[in-house]
Design a binder for this molecule. Structure first.
Ligand code: FEO
Length: 169
């Protein structure tokens, strides 16, 4: 496969693992303040991010590429209030989308059609990730300011269950 695409996908493994680490940090924050539904939502999100990293790993291995694992940065976040992690999530997903789009454009330029086909799933997934983050912010802004509303929203987020990715390699 195209070496630049392979190298960017290798970097993307780290970025997805960082996403998992960040969302685990957010889950820990919500656990600490007693919002266990929010905790659950972000714990599931962290699992999905790990899956994303593993999909890139499998793709590279299937294409006979060597993988170099590098240090995952500390989230190092301080959350000002319950809304702050939700806004951070949207901003973070937008950077991930930009990163996926960049790999896609390099693959397109290199005519690496197999990589483009693989990345199609991630392009769609990023659309969903940004929508989920936007919906969460909206719901929080509508209902989160009231104790009963926050309780019900926490119950709703507590119902999220982990599902393995629909992409199988
Ligand atoms: Fe792996 Fe949230 O994108």
């Amino acid at each position: 496969m195209n070496k630049q695409v392979a190298s960017l996908m290798n970097e993307q493994i780290n970025k997805e693992l960082y996403s998992a680490y960040l969302y685990l940090d957010i889950a820990n924050y919500y656990a600490d303040v007693g919002l266990n539904g929010f905790e659950n939502w972000f714990f599931v999100q962290a699992q999905e991010e790990r899956d994303h990293a593993m999909l890139f790993r499998t793709y590279l291995l299937n294409n006979d590429e060597k993988i170099t694992l590098t240090a995952v940065a500390e989230p190092g976040q301080v959350y000002a209030d319950y809304l702050a992690p939700l806004k951070l999530t949207l901003a973070h997903e937008q950077t991930v989308t930009a990163s996926i789009n960049n790999i896609y454009s390099v693959a397109a330029e290199a005519k690496d059609f197999r990589a483009m086909q693989f990345l199609d799933w991630f392009v769609k997934e990023q659309g969903e990730e940004e929508k989920n983050a936007t919906d969460l912010i909206r719901k929080f802004e509508l209902f989160g300011g009231d104790a009963k509303g926050l309780y019900l929203l926490d119950q709703e987020l507590g119902a999220r269950v982990y599902a393995a990715p629909s992409l199988v390699l």
